[in-house]
Design a binder for this molecule. Structure first.
Ligand code: ZN
Length: 398
């Protein structure tokens, strides 16, 4: 069983050597001149050319065998409930499947699939605090899940947001999934949340399931949430012109999801690139969903955007790592000293037509994963979900 308690970062040193391509996660400089990373106690202590790194004879050595290393992928939009179970498609082990898709961190957009979800105010606060604690205390398969994201219901007052923030809640679930749907009502509550350091996301587009509603572009602009959640719809998108207008008129983060309209996802990334605001684009899956659990959802979105959306594979990987980490204030997502040692080891899938890993993504293929590390701990070896990587890393011992 892959479910285990969070045990904190690894103790000791790990040297990752023979990296053929080190991707930084940072859009301003996506590819680093480096072939090695030194990890100490679960954090990046140094990276660069191996002969320039501090000596660490006691380190465990991982030979990347010339493959690529990137920061672990971040899924900015999930709907967890508890542990590694989702009632949405009644599946167990869905988070562990995402780990095999390179995902090391997930951010909840609301625990809205919880059976019997409380909608009264004291109940929804208790539910959010419970979810935050539960996923903080126990990481399914080692994956970091930031949860505890209440959805706005009518009747909430400023002191509710203060109380939630003081109790450790740092996120709002998708605005629009509860009874607060009007722009003017959402705007006041989003501002209260922001005042107490709670980050907000708004549902964008048509209803996801019977009972949820349309959130149009004017409501998104008026509510002014920190993140324009699934700008490409969840699943039904706004007209392309409205999506472009949101990118232009709002200064907030632009979230593209796997469980959305693919044509509009491509339009959104193109307009963001044209406007010079790619640094505001973040990626999620919005899963589990009606379309199921998609362990490769983030990789598939990277591949789609770079093969059809006019951005490079290196840029697309940044959107799912450093860009999301910066907007979400996460400890991973970038190859920087002091950041969490959350890595995905990638290579071109066997028999891809691409020249190398990045080119294979630009041709629309999914790369193969050979290993995933979280906080310096190896959480999986060769992925059971991606096509096989040509080269997989090897643990060499000391
Ligand atoms: Zn939604």
């Amino acid at each position: 069983m892959a479910v285990e308690a969070a045990t904190g970062p690894a103790k000791g040193k790990v040297l990752i050597r023979n990296i053929g391509l080190l991707l930084s996660g940072a859009l301003e400089n996506p590819i680093l001149e480096a072939d090695a990373i030194l990890v100490v106690d679960g954090k990046i202590a140094a990276f660069g050319r191996e002969n320039q790194l501090p000596d660490a004879p006691e380190a465990t050595v991982i030979d990347a065998r010339g493959g690529a290393v990137a920061p672990g992928l971040i899924d900015s939009h999930v709907h967890p409930v508890i542990g590694d179970w989702t009632p949405r498609q009644n599946q167990i082990g869905w988070v562990e499947s995402f780990l095999n898709g390179g995902v090391t961190t997930m951010v909840s957009a609301g625990e809205v699939h919880s059976p019997g979800r409380p909608r009264d105010i004291v109940g929804l606060k208790a539910h959010a605090i419970f979810a935050q604690r539960s996923f903080f205390n126990m990481r399914p398969a080692g994956v970091k899940i930031l949860a505890g994201a209440p959805v706005l219901e009518k009747g909430m007052v400023e002191s509710d947001f203060k109380e939630l923030a003081e109790a450790g809640v740092g996120l709002l679930g998708e605005v629009g999934l509860g009874s607060v749907k009007a722009g003017y009502e959402a705007k006041e509550m989003v501002a209260w949340a922001r005042k107490y350091g709670i980050q907000s996301t708004i549902h964008t587009g048509g209803p996801s399931i019977p009972g949820s509603g349309l959130i149009d572009k004017d409501t998104v602009l008026e509510a002014d949430a920190d993140i324009i959640g699934h700008i490409n719809g969840g699943h039904t998108a706004l007209p392309e012109g409205h999506v472009c207008e949101l990118c232009e008129r709002s200064s907030r983060a632009i979230e593209i999801v796997h469980n959305g309209n693919e044509r509009v996802a491509i339009a959104a990334v193109k307009v963001a690139k044209d406007l010079g605001v790619l640094h505001r684009v973040i990626l999620g899956t919005d899963s589990p969903a009606g379309s199921g659990v998609q362990p490769l959802g983030i990789l598939r979105t990277i591949s789609m955007l770079s093969s059809l959306g006019g951005i490079s594979a290196a840029e697309a990987i940044c959107l799912a790592t450093g860009t999301t980490a910066r907007i979400r204030n996460l400890d991973g997502g970038l190859i920087e000293v002091g950041r969490a040692a959350d890595f995905v080891f990638l290579d071109r899938a066997q028999h891809s037509a691409g020249r190398d890993m990045l080119h294979s993504i630009e041709l629309g293929d999914i790369p193969g994963i050979g290993m995933v590390m979280i906080d310096g701990v190896i959480r999986c070896g060769r992925s059971r979900n991606t096509p096989p990587a040509e080269r997989v890393p090897e643990v060499m011992g000391h």
